[in-house]
Design a protein around this ligand. Structure first.
Ligand SMILES: Cc1cc2nc3c(=O)[nH]c(=O)nc-3n(C[C@H](O)[C@H](O)[C@H](O)COP(=O)(O)OP(=O)(O)OC[C@H]3O[C@@H](n4cnc5c(N)ncnc54)[C@H](O)[C@@H]3O)c2cc1C
Ligand code: SF4
Length: 340
């Protein structure tokens, strides 16, 4: 029986572990947090069809309890060395594991919106990120703003920390446009009287049913999309916000008073992926995401033989794309082990 170590217990890591266990391998997942599931633990409903996250989480939990793979929680890899065709893996500076193959599934981290000072995140009370809003959209979430009232006018800003020279992230985070559409619809269901605006540079509805959901947002849920870039937000004495933007279709400057500003934050490779890459000796793209051996035919291979990649540590991706990428990673590992 071959032993495979997976670094990261998000949806990518658990899906890869489950598929490799089904293929008859012995699998160990190393997760730095106390629980598995990664970012999914923080979300409410999933685009494109508003599936409650708990449904996907319970499938993951079932896989963890029913399939015969082990999970080492609150554990990190210190170093990985190759010896006699095997990997010697030192974990949390203490124990050693021996593995035949390694899969890196360390996911992504959220862009820290404080880096865009002009939007006032963590300075003004009613500026929140899309990740914060996910918590407020849970059934017991409190959406009230000043004086316990529901917000009457809400604005979303797209591309916060993505496609942005200043933050150094030139790439598109791919899922934040559709996340904005999902969240705007959820807000409309909860706040039927509110005005809801989305300020965007371009809208990228790349996936199945995304474009339809965007149309629905406008036609059925009366959400207004304004092509424009927000230059700044400032707080007024009553804690409401004044935002300044340029409507890039009409070419006119625009000022608007709002009660809640939601920043659609992008995805970054983050420290967890950087530390796993350093311990394995694998490379990163300029964006910080892990480098695949080939974009078309080897998207699950790192440049080091025997070290494979799964999920959003390679590029921003949705849950659906992550599951598919994880399953193909398991297939590639299995094929590679059979060929040895
Ligand atoms: C605001 C927001 C809303 C979203 N909503 C949706 C949605 O509605 N529908 C949808 O399809 N997608 C959505 N997404 C995308 C979704 O979050 C990702 O597709 C998914 O989380 C990717 O899973 P992953 O396992 O690759 O990464 P992650 O979820 O990031 O999991 C990575 C795991 O690896 C662990 N880890 C990291 N580094 C190490 C290390 N060095 N050692 C050990 N463990 C480590 C982490 O603790 C974590 O458990 C959303 C994204 C954002 C930002
Ligand atoms: S998905 Fe949309 S919001 Fe996100 S970076 Fe790309 S264009 Fe901007």
């Amino acid at each position: 029986m071959k032993h495979i170590v997976i670094i990261g217990g998000g949806i990518a890591g658990i899906e890869t572990a489950s598929a490799l266990t089904d293929a008859g391998h012995w699998v160990t997942v190393i997760e730095k947090e106390a629980q598995v599931g990664g970012k999914l633990n923080n979300w409410s409903y999933l685009f494109p069809d508003f599936t409650p996250v708990d449904k996907i989480k319970s499938v993951l939990q079932e896989k963890c309890s029913e399939k015969d793979f082990s999970i080492l929680h609150q554990t990190e890899v210190s170093s990985i060395h190759r010896k006699n065709g095997k990997f010697n893996i030192e974990i949390s500076g203490e124990h050693q594991l021996e593995a035949d193959a390694v899969v890196v599934a360390t996911g992504y981290e959220l862009f820290d919106a404080r880096r865009k000072e002009e939007y006032g995140y963590k300075i003004y009370d009613h500026v929140i990120t899309s990740a914060d809003l996910e918590q407020l959209l849970l059934p017991n979430g409190d959406l009230t703003v000043a004086a316990g009232e529901n917000p009457k006018r809400i604005a979303f800003v797209h591309c916060v920390g993505s496609r942005d020279e200043k933050s150094g992230n030139h790439y598109c985070s791919k899922v934040c446009c559709i996340t904005g559409v999902k969240q705007a619809i959820e807000l409309r269901k909860r706040l039927p009287e509110a005005e809801i605006y989305c300020f965007y540079m371009d809208l990228r509805m790349y996936g199945k049913r995304f474009e339809e959901l965007y149309r629905e947002a406008q036609e059925k849920y009366d959400i207004e999309f304004i092509r424009g870039r927000l230059s700044e937000a400032s707080e007024k004495i009553d804690k409401s916000l004044l935002i300044k933007a340029e409507d890039t279709l009409s070419g006119r400057p625009l000022k608007m008073n709002i009660d809640l500003l939601v920043l659609l934050v992008g995805m970054e490779a983050g420290k967890g992926t950087a530390s796993a890459a350093a311990s394995c000796g694998i490379g990163c793209e300029d964006s910080g995401f892990l480098k695949t051996a080939d974009s078309f035919l080897k998207s699950n291979f790192s440049e080091q033989e025997g070290i494979f990649l799964a999920g959003s540590c390679t590029a921003p991706m949705s849950v659906n794309d992550t599951i598919l990428h994880a399953r193909s990673a398991a297939q590639e590992v299995n094929n590679w082990l059979l060929r040895r």
